[in-house]
Write a protein that binds this ligand. Structure first.
Ligand SMILES: [Zn+2]
Length: 534
């Protein structure tokens, strides 16, 4: 058999793996690339296979970086079924049309701007109609059922504890009378999360394809409720808003769970909580009628009022007008809006209106991919460009990592270390930036004593029983010049800020002139050296 890595290879998005067995082709996930422009450009590349030649798709969960290119696949000729859990299928029913809507409006904006600049017309990646047509391919499967995909290939979904409906996928491939088990972790959840069940322990596999998002990090174990209350109360004292960019699936519901608890226990005041994401609202309703997936406490809470917890000042902003009106609403409020990486969607309006206010807080609660607006804010950037406008960052920026839906280094290691019967012949590390995957690979070698491989985009593993090798694809991904340009203009803005600050300091305290001059000279020398080395 062959296993080709078509995405989430040394990055965290675009999950997709092509399994070829006896001339049949199975795609595991068909995710969208998100993050920097260079990475997003991969969405527009031709698939590395012929879509009509794919026999079926096995989908781990409903996050767009795992399912977002299914409509493109169908549009380009895929005729088979998409197997996913019942809840994943339901979630895709709203996630994919929503993603299509974003594609359509992005293309419309680009065309409006492009027309003036004489650029050629851009087509959306796919349309809402394409997304709706793709939904007809979905075939729900129950957890733990054995599904005969094609002759010689059986799959089984196990709870991944990542988001509602998420699955770890076991794939049993029989070739030459020998059965080899591949184990795809999908996105692996953190144990002991509210609402979601723990990831399933799997006791054996011949090959593991595991995510490594937090392969180099440990989640802080601290009282998340207390920290959340502290941030909210501080911001209310300053008279500002708490803006929370949040993924519609999972994170928003967890946040509501915590906010409800804090309010019930009088740890936060009765400030309005706004959910400004139609998608998050629709998803919360899916949560409400799938209570069998959760622990009791969450089931009770989320089924109280049509899927939303009973809180005195819960405001739902359905339309774009309702969303914009929030900016004129006096007093502090908590605004939960998408997207979680602050790259697109209504959150941009809220950032534009709040980032420049010292009294406001922006609270990130999930993974921020390299190149995303969220990542830059978390890294401390002082000026950003939002919807064509430069905005200075004065708001307090927080990053509460413990809310992550992903297992951290020790939790991944713990999950991997239980796979003993048999112990894997190799572990492929995917869905992680190199800075996370490589240290995890070292740790696996040292502690679990299993070989690892970190594939690149397009690489193929040739597997025969427990023997394997990788054919490297050597596909170069051209960096998009615009990324560098963006980076340089941000550096320029930063420099202007620093220059202003230095001049102010020296004007106020002339004694510092000599020290400042020495430092500036050092910086210039260092910069020249760095640049000469390029
Ligand atoms: Zn995910």
């Amino acid at each position: 058999m062959k296993l080709q890595f078509l995405g989430a290879a040394q990055i965290v998005t675009g999950s997709s793996f092509l399994l070829e067995v006896a001339g049949k082709k199975i795609l595991i996930d068909c995710g969208m690339f998100q993050g920097s422009k260079t990475v997003r450009a991969l969405n527009y590349r031709n698939f590395l296979y012929e879509p009509a030649s794919i026999d079926c798709v096995v989908l781990t969960h409903a996050h767009i970086d795992h399912c977002g290119l299914i409509p493109k696949l169908c549009k380009q000729g895929f005729k088979g079924k998409v197997y996913a859990t019942k809840v994943t299928s339901e979630l895709c029913g709203i996630m994919l049309p929503d993603s299509a809507h974003i594609q359509e409006s992005d293309a419309e904006i680009a065309n409006r701007k492009g027309e003036r600049a004489g650029k050629k017309h851009v087509e959306p990646l796919y349309t809402v109609d394409d997304a709706l047509a793709a939904l007809a391919h979905f075939a729900p499967v129950a957890y733990n059922d054995e599904l005969n995909l094609i002759p010689g290939v059986v799959v089984r979904f196990k709870d991944a504890g990542h988001i509602i409906g998420s699955a770890i996928v076991e794939v049993f491939v029989t070739e030459n009378n020998e059965t080899v088990k591949l184990l795809f972790s999908g996105d692996l959840g953190q144990p002991d999360q509210p609402i979601i069940k723990d990831p399933t322990i799997i006791d054996g596999a011949d090959y593991v394809i595991t995510e490594s998002t937090y392969g180099n990090r440990l989640h802080l174990h601290y009282d998340k409720e207390d920290k959340l209350a502290e941030i909210i109360n501080d911001t209310v004292d300053r008279g500002g808003n708490v803006v929370i960019p949040s993924f519609a699936v999972g994170r928003t519901q967890t946040l509501l769970f915590y906010l409800h608890k804090l309010w019930k226990e009088n740890k936060i005041s009765d400030i309005p909580v706004v959910i400004d994401s139609p998608l998050a609202i629709a998803v919360t309703q899916i949560f409400a009628h799938n209570t069998q997936e959760y622990d009791e406490e969450a089931a009770k809470l989320l089924s109280s009022i049509g899927g939303l917890p009973e809180m005195p000042h819960l405001i739902i902003a359905k339309t774009a007008e309702e969303s914009r009106a929030l900016n004129n609403m006096p007093g502090s409020k908590i605004i939960i809006s998408a997207s979680g990486m602050a790259d697109a969607g209504r959150i941009l309006h809220h950032l534009k209106h709040n980032l420049w206010r010292a009294e406001a807080s922006v609270l990130f609660v999930g993974y921020q991919a390299e190149g995303s607006m969220g990542r830059r804010l978390v890294d401390g950037i002082k000026r950003v460009k939002i919807m064509g406008e430069e905005v200075g960052v004065k708001a307090k920026i927080y990053n509460l990592e413990g809310f992550s839906a992903h297992a951290d280094r020790n939790q991944i290691m713990e999950w991997l270390s239980r796979i003993n019967n048999p112990k894997p012949a190799n572990i492929f590390l995917v869905h992680g930036e190199p800075i996370a995957s490589y240290p995890l690979a070292d740790l696996i070698g040292e502690k679990i004593k299993v070989s690892t491989y970190i594939p690149r985009y397009g690489d193929t593993a040739i597997i025969e029983g427990r023997t394997w090798r990788v054919e490297e694809a050597n596909i170069t991904i051209e960096p998009v010049a615009k990324d560098l340009e963006d980076f340089l203009s941000l550096a320029e803005a930063e420099y202007v800020q620093i220059k202003k600050r230095i001049l102010n300091v020296v004007l106020r305290e002339p004694d510092k002139l000599r020290d400042v001059a020495i430092r500036v000279e050092k910086v210039v020398r260092y910069m020249k050296k760095l640049m000469n080395d390029i």
